[in-house]
Design a protein around this ligand. Structure first.
Ligand SMILES: Cc1cc2nc3c(=O)[nH]c(=O)nc-3n(C[C@H](O)[C@H](O)[C@H](O)COP(=O)(O)OP(=O)(O)OC[C@H]3O[C@@H](n4cnc5c(N)ncnc54)[C@H](O)[C@@H]3O)c2cc1C
Length: 433
């Protein structure tokens, strides 16, 4: 028996068997072996979910060996990619082909299949989450067979499997609809929360990708506007010293030190947050899209994130601000606020809804002092849908109300995995046993 722990260190499981298949047929064989033993199966990506969505005490399928681009359709800008490919490998490989994913989240450590399975998203109201770029995928099913799906072939499976929570089978290969490689012009600056909220509705229309980090117990916000620019745009990447200073030293090394200090003396947190908000000052640069979208996150934390209808973002943030002012919970990480357009994927947090995403974090060595529960109570009043990979307490009955196609998803699950080979305790809670 081995022990598996996720990135944040808050989820642990003890799989009785671990397999590292390198080809789709090896995935199928491993699933059949688990069937013969009568043990559950769970694919695990990079372990970057905060929930126990990837945990199992049965067979853990680690897909580190199932990587690479297998086919390029240059005419349609589509690529087929093996499921375990990490985004940090995929992005430069796409760039070499003159292609890119239309949008990305904050980091690139996740595997492609892991990222889409929980609905990983970035920001931009004219864009969607990563799963919306999936034009087809191949699933290894509970009986060990492979099933291919797309909008035309097995369309119900396709609607369920793009954000499938690992509940339907093991994805072996994904087809992605890419876009031509593009550059982003990034503009980052500090601002006041109330002023930001006043103009946020216009800002998210005017800029392609708006991302905000609000430092709790202060009214300081670090605003990021990333806009797509043509090849003739004169902007240049950040000088190496500046990237090292901001991203490596301030955002990671120094931030770890201040978090350790905060864990020892929580009373200093409001002062620390004020200083941190000012240290990360204004900057402007232009670079390849994926280099601008992602950053390195070395300081470990726990996180909860909810999607709320876009228009509710001001109310949610003001309610959180008022709760924090009353309770003084020493949160050391900024809350992150992002926006995306709607999509049609059944269990996507953006299913038929334009969203604002609000994420609350806490350093992994510190208690959240009730802030996560208070945050959940606030977003519950605004039809908040939790990120499937981030901490939340909702169960199947509450989620059914939030997702109009919830029962369709369960029907496909029942059809593909009647014996619940791919179940675990988290899925029992959010989908029902
Ligand atoms: C530092 C950090 C930053 C983050 N930033 C963002 C962000 O900007 N935006 C955002 O939306 N989320 C973000 N996340 C959350 C993260 O993107 C998701 O939790 C994602 O699912 C993690 O991918 P993974 O490869 O680690 O998958 P895991 O966490 O290992 O697995 C996630 C799910 O995918 C399933 N799975 C994995 N591989 C397969 C497969 N081949 N077939 C079927 N199911 C599979 C697993 O069983 C599990 O259900 C962040 C997380 C961290 C720790």
């Amino acid at each position: 028996m081995t022990t598996w722990t996720n990135w944040a260190g808050n989820q642990t499981s003890h799989p009785v068997e671990v397999a590292t298949p390198r080809r789709p047929d090896e995935v199928c064989a491993a699933i059949q072996r688990a069937g013969a033993r009568g043990i559950p199966v769970k694919a695990v990506g990079a372990g970057h979910s905060f929930t126990a969505v990837a945990a199992t005490d049965g067979l853990h399928l680690r897909l580190d060996g199932l990587t690479g681009i297998t086919h390029v359709d240059r005419e349609r800008s589509r690529v087929r990619v093996l499921a375990g490919t990490p985004l940090h490998v995929l992005n430069p490989a796409l760039q070499a082909l003159g292609l890119a994913l239309p949008n990305l989240g904050d980091i690139d450590r996740q595997t492609l299949a892991g990222a889409i399975s929980t609905g990983t998203h970035g920001t931009g109201v004219r864009f969607q989450g990563i799963a919306a770029a999936v034009s087809g995928l191949v699933l290894a099913l509970a009986d060990g067979s492979l099933l291919e799906c797309s909008a035309d072939v097995e369309p119900r499976v396709f609607q369920a499997a793009r954000v499938g929570l690992g509940a339907l089978g093991v994805i072996t290969e994904v087809e992605l609809q890419c876009v031509p490689a593009f550059r982003l012009h990034a503009k980052e600056f500090g601002a006041d929360l109330l002023e930001v909220l006043d103009r946020v509705a216009d800002d998210v229309e005017q800029h392609d990708h708006v991302d905000m980090h609000w430092f709790p117990l202060t009214d300081r916000v670090l605003v990021k506007h990333n806009d797509r620019v043509g090849d003739d745009h004169a902007g240049a990447p950040l000088p190496r010293w500046r990237a090292l200073l901001d991203d490596e030293l301030l955002s990671n090394r120094l931030f770890e030190v201040t978090n350790r200090a905060a864990a020892a003396v929580p009373a200093i947190v409001p002062r620390l947050n004020g200083v941190a908000a000012r240290l990360l000052g204004a900057r402007e640069y232009t670079d390849d899209s994926w280099r601008v979208f992602v950053a390195e996150r070395k300081v470990r934390f726990r996180e909860s994130e909810y999607a709320v209808p876009r228009a509710a973002v001001g109310d949610v943030l003001l309610e959180v601000r008022s709760w924090l002012a009353r309770h003084r919970a020493p949160l050391t990480f900024p809350l992150e606020i992002r926006f995306t357009g709607a999509d049609d994927i059944w269990l996507s947090t953006a299913h038929q809804r334009e969203n604002a995403y609000v994420a609350i974090h806490q350093y992994h060595r510190m208690d959240d002092h009730g802030a996560f529960a208070a945050f959940e109570a606030i977003v519950a009043e605004h039809a908040g849908r939790p990120h499937w990979g981030k901490l939340h307490s909702l169960g199947a009955e509450e989620l059914r109300v939030l997702y109009p196609r919830f029962d369709d998803f369960l029907e496909v699950r029942h059809q593909l995995d009647p014996g619940r080979r791919f179940a675990n305790a988290y899925l029992d809670r959010v989908l029902g046993a």
